[in-house]
Design a protein. Structure first.
Lengths: 109, 153
């Protein structure tokens, strides 16, 4: 578990890799050639970044014939969200909820 | 990029066996624990129909079992039943693959709809990560991290 999260954080700690995730978010299921379009990176660099992302399970790949398609996999991010973010959000959501009730004139808070 | 279809491919590694994972995916009582109270109603036989039912008995989704190969592969035709704008898109195909790895199982969910910008795919793409994360947590620790979706305001 610890190991898996380390891989995710390390994979995300690089702007080129975050850019590749953004590009997959904009268009899911792309080949290496498609992902390289309009990028200031060599094909080899993109390929290596994709390997790191795949090892962290942030992307999944599917072979169709001789072409490999890359898909964004948000599942590890969900696990990090639940572990690291959601618990800090609860008090804020609760505060917003109270504010809304007060502003809308609901007196039972 | 495939513009004439909408799809996603999600994967998660769970420290369990393919048999246990298969049972977690197909048993009603277990499913209710990680699928926000919802569960499948079906006999899990090829060609059979299935329904995904909310805790209060309303039907969420329906479909047909296309392929069953325990504990490796499950293929479902899948259609939303309670949101007209999603239901009108027709059937999507959901493929669930289980691959044993060292000490774990790789669970891959592929959901495909034959139309661009599918609203149904966008909706399920949002739901699956929470379900998978719950399932992993339940199988590995016996507890879930996330209860029902929290209503705010």
């Amino acid at each position: 578990m610890k190991d898996e999260n380390d891989k995710v954080f390390k994979a995300l700690a690089d702007s080129s890799r975050r850019l590749l995730l953004d590009r997959l978010y904009a268009g899911n299921g792309q080949t290496l050639t498609e992902l390289c379009e309009d990028l200031d990176m060599t094909r080899q660099a993109v390929s290596q970044h994709l390997e790191v992302l795949e090892a962290a399970n942030l992307i999944t790949t599917v072979w169709r014939g001789r072409e490999k398609f890359h898909y964004l996999n948000p599942v590890p991010l969900q696990e990090i969200y639940e572990r690291w973010i959601k618990k800090f959000e609860r008090p804020r959501l609760s505060a917003l909820h109270k504010l809304k009730k007060r502003l809308e004139g609901d007196d039972d808070e | 990029m495939m513009m004439n279809k909408s799809e996603f491919v999600y994967a998660i590694y769970i420290r369990t066996t393919p048999e246990q994972l298969w049972s977690a995916l197909t048993s009603t009582d277990f499913m209710k624990q990680y699928w926000f109270g919802m569960h499948f109603q079906t006999d899990w036989k090829t060609g059979s129909s299935w329904r995904l039912v909310f805790a209060d008995g309303r039907i969420a989704d329906t479909g047909e079992i296309v392929e069953v190969d325990p504990p490796r592969r499950l293929v479902l035709k899948w259609r939303n039943d309670f949101r007209p704008e999603l239901k009108s898109e027709g059937y999507a195909r959901c493929t669930i693959d289980l691959e044993p790895m060292a000490g774990a199982v790789k669970l891959t969910i592929t959901h495909v709809m034959d139309c661009a910008e599918s609203k149904f795919i966008a909706a399920v793409a949002n739901g699956w990560p929470r379900i998978l994360s719950n399932l992993k947590s339940l199988l590995e620790t016996g507890e879930i991290l996330l209860k029902m979706p929290e209503a705010v305001g």
